[in-house]
Design a protein around this ligand. Structure first.
Ligand code: ATP
Ligand code: MG
Length: 733
């Protein structure tokens, strides 16, 4: 490894440090993830650490995979078997597969995702005499989520202090845990909670891991929560080295429990700790970095950092203001088309469109579709969350575990077997009395006095037969798993069932892709089995879906964390949208600071070009036309009303390229004069028939007055609905 050529001085110091405890605090794009990867390689090649003694934690499975590949490239002559690079959740799942028997829990547990959790809580609600749709379902879910995010189980809750209505929710919590255990399932929070409980209660297990992992390294440490931190401490023994990297300005998950103080105060627990600060950004060009730095400097709760870049450049932030939300999409699509046309080296995957909330992707998707630009939405309806995929996964889970009631209920009438809600309710009730899972109860139904109709029993017995036969085949391990599964889906007529649907082609292809996925997973991980595959699928996060095909990338800013793209469009920079008004209302200043950090993450994903767009459309929520986000001016971006300079000399583009260091400054001052101060009110009282002048649309006639709005028929722009008090409007006398 030619470390000195590939790292700057500070990075080199960080990679080769001999400190037992080290923390890197550094801004976006300064090479934190790169340093962590080189550190792993350095430990193995230069310090003689065995790969199995290293545990590296990343925020997503995708980054874990990339880090593994990169390490292998850096160390072509080393065998890296046993090197653990994974997310906290995947690490815990792996740990529990080995150790959970200590808690008398089956090693063959399955993992419930959010949808499964909700299904289970609905089932409980019904058995408590509520309806599936009752509000109590959501209340119970958030009650359970609140305690579990803190690492607590029902036994940890101080029930006496709970008010009456919360006690009801507490009963849900108890029942939820009970049924989950009966189904041999764990939810996401359990993965951490159970790992921690085992490490706390079984000193021999703790000792085994504390002496195994001599080096623990954690990326994106700023988003660590208290439970994860507790786990880190439990994994540390007398000789463990701890290496954490993060950027407090990029803490964007406090709403989910992340605690920024952990990275700031970690030296209290790991003493003495060396702190290295990396100041050079390698990702973005000067104007992009300056705008991001300027924006984040408005946060009060932060450690100021002095981030710079040598990537001098000018004119590479574009601020675009359009009239309607759809126009943002049109602008993005048009720009991508033009740029691809002018630069043959660009690929679609060099572009990312980022937004604050998932619903904003729609207008971009429509515009990209009409321009025939291929794109992929990450974290939308994830592949593994599609109905047909979840159906198949439910079947696969049942193959491994008959007691999984949640999966059984999902597929009991899919494909249709003439088993209605009434029969399902009977099964649930009778199984409950018999103390058996639904599946086991029906299997043994002849031993009980059941109300179930014979045709229901018969059709379920037919299903059980296929399941048993398939299970036996899988156990024998004679044929490839994927073949057996494929045949299974044919036998239960699942594919026929999909044929009935309008969007059949996609769905059948998705199922085929799933079978291929099983095949390639088992091939790529020869030591793993089918249960590992299912676990892996459940643990995938939104970012993990990113494939290497050539598509424009659409995702929320949360999902974009840690990634980089040549061209980044951040859309919907309107007050109330970004910053999101709900986040700010709920958590005031703290919420606003997190929104600002989120915008900082968004801007710093851009390598070469950053586009920021917003619209002046009417917001039904705010009952007024949208205004620019406060982050625009905080980042030093100017809202311009006239074209200053246009990329392709198309004079009708209201495009403004901003470069704080160029001779454009003078022009900017000129433009600034035209900036509209929306807080000003024109004080005009409008009547139908009035003639008006709008700064952009020119002359028009008022045709309607509704509350504070007027409808104007403009000579050149047609009919528009406007806020009557808008400062751009004046009366034509
Ligand atoms: P983020 O805060 O967004 O997670 P980061 O600090 O982890 O960013 P990296 O992703 O590691 O930063 O690095 C940003 C980019 O800069 C990457 O493309 C990386 O390869 C490049 N880079 C970092 N350090 C160097 C260097 N010394 N020489 C060349 N390229 C570098
Ligand atoms: Mg990183």
């Amino acid at each position: 490894m030619q470390l000195k050529n590939e790292l700057n001085e500070k990075q080199y110091e960080a990679v080769t440090s001999r400190s037992r405890f080290l923390r890197i605090i550094a801004g976006a794009g300064s090479g934190k993830t790169r340093v962590l990867t080189y550190r792993i390689a350095y430990l193995i090649s230069e310090l003689g650490v065995e790969p199995f003694q290293i545990l590296a934690i990343t925020f997503t499975n995708k980054v874990a995979k990339e880090m593994k590949e990169r390490t292998a490239k850096l160390l072509p002559d080393f065998n890296l078997n046993g090197l653990t690079i994974s997310t906290f959740h995947s690490f815990c799942a792996m740990f529990l597969r080995r150790e959970i028997e200590a808690m008398e829990y089956s090693r063959n547990f399955i993992i419930y995702d959010e949808e499964d959790q909700k299904r289970l809580v609905k089932m409980i609600a019904e058995s408590f005499g509520h309806k599936k749709s009752d509000e109590i379902v959501d209340d119970a879910l958030s009650f359970i989520g609140y305690y579990k995010a803190k690492g607590e189980l029902p036994g940890d809750v101080n029930v006496v202090s709970l008010p009456e209505h919360k006690r009801k929710l507490f009963n849900f919590f108890v029942e939820y845990e009970k049924r989950k255990a009966e189904a041999k399932a764990l939810d996401f929070d359990d993965l951490l909670i159970y790992t921690i409980k085992i490490l706390e209660n079984f000193p021999d297990v703790r000792e085994k891991y504390a002496s195994k992992f001599l080096h623990i390294l954690i990326d994106e440490f700023q988003d660590t929560d208290n439970v994860q931190y507790k786990l880190l401490r439990l994994l540390c023994g007398r000789r463990t080295n701890v290496y954490v990297v993060g950027d407090p300005d990029q803490t964007i998950y406090t709403w989910r429990g992340a605690n920024q103080d952990i990275i700031l105060n970690i030296e209290d627990d790991f003493y003495p700790m060396e702190t290295i600060i990396l100041n050079e950004n390698y990702r973005s060009t000067t104007p992009i970095l300056n705008a991001a730095n300027k924006l984040i400097s408005h946060n009060k709760k932060r450690v100021p950092k002095d981030l710079y870049t040598k990537r001098e450049s000018s004119n590479n932030i574009v601020l675009k203001i359009v009239e309607k939300p759809e126009d943002e999409g049109k602008f993005v699509a048009g720009e991508i088309r033009q740029l691809m046309f002018h630069n043959k080296d660009l690929k679609y995957s060099d572009f990312a469109v980022l937004y604050r909330s998932a619903y904003l992707s729609l207008k971009i998707e429509n515009a990209l579709t009409s321009q025939r630009i291929p794109y992929k939405v990450y974290g939308g309806t994830k592949f593994y969350s599609r109905k047909e995929i979840k159906d198949c996964l439910a079947y696969f889970r049942l193959l491994l575990n008959e007691d999984d009631d949640v999966s059984f209920e999902r597929i009991i009438n899919v494909p249709r077997r003439k088993i209605g809600e009434t029969s399902v309710t009977i099964i649930k009730k009778e199984a409950g009395f018999a103390g058996l899972s639904m599946y086991k109860y029906v299997k043994n139904v002849h031993k009980y006095d059941s109300e179930l109709k014979p045709n229901v029993i018969n059709s379920l017995f037919a299903l059980f037969e296929v399941l048993d036969e398939t299970r036996a085949k899988l156990d024998q391990n004679l044929e490839a798993y994927s073949e057996v599964l494929d045949e299974f889906l044919n036998k239960i007529k699942y594919k026929d069932y999909l044929e009935e649907d309008d969007e059949t082609k996609d769905k059948i292809e998705n199922v085929r892709a799933l079978i291929d996925d099983v095949r390639s997973y088992l091939k790529g991980n020869p030591e793993s089995n089918f249960a590992d595959y299912l676990q892996n699928v459940t643990l995938l996060s939104a970012q993990d879906e990113i494939e290497n095909s050539d598509n424009v990338n659409l995702m929320t800013v949360h999902t974009a964390k840690g990634l980089e793209f040549k061209y980044v469009f951040v859309i919907g920079l309107n007050q109330g949208v970004f910053p999101n008004s709900r986040a700010v209302d709920d958590r005031r200043e703290e919420g606003l600071e997190e929104e600002r950090r989120l915008a900082y993450v968004a801007f710093t994903r851009a390598k070469d070009f950053l586009y920021v767009t917003l619209n002046r459309g009417y917001s039904f929520q705010a009952k007024e036309n949208l205004t620019p986000s406060m982050f625009i001016s905080e980042a030093g971006l100017q809202v311009a009303r006239k074209p200053l300079e246009s990329l392709y000399n198309s004079s009708n583009e209201r495009l403004y390229r901003y470069n704080p260091y160029s001779e454009l400054d003078a022009k900017r001052a000129e433009v600034q004069k035209n900036i509209v101060d929306l807080s000003k009110n024109n004080g005009i009282k409008w009547n139908v028939g009035d003639l008006c002048i709008h700064k952009v649309f020119g002359e028009g006639k008022v045709t309607e007055v509704v509350d504070e709005f007027i409808v104007v028929n403009f000579v050149s722009y047609g009919v528009k609905r406007l806020l009557g008090s808008h400062p751009t409007l004046s009366k034509k006398e």
